[in-house]
Design a protein. Structure first.
Length: 71
């Protein structure tokens, strides 16, 4: 168990590191046009892979089958 001073130091260090990672992701990953979620890849409609009713409506009712197992 860490003492109180050390716990606070570790908490501040972790927060700073998480903030740095968030800034890096903001510069790299695109944002879903509907919900604002950062994602690695957007579909042809500019949306993330969520399958909610609003996402389905924006796609015009199109749904995508999950990719099959790749070998």
């Amino acid at each position: 168990m860490l003492d109180i001073r050390r716990q606070e130091h570790v908490r501040r260090e972790r927060e700073a590191e998480f903030a740095r990672i968030d800034q890096m992701h903001a510069a790299i990953y695109p944002v879903c046009a509907l919900c604002g979620q950062r994602t690695i890849r957007l579909d042809t409609f500019g949306l993330c892979s969520k399958n909610t009713e609003t996402h389905k409506a924006r796609r015009g009712g199109l749904t995508f089958a999950p990719a099959g197992r790749r070998r």
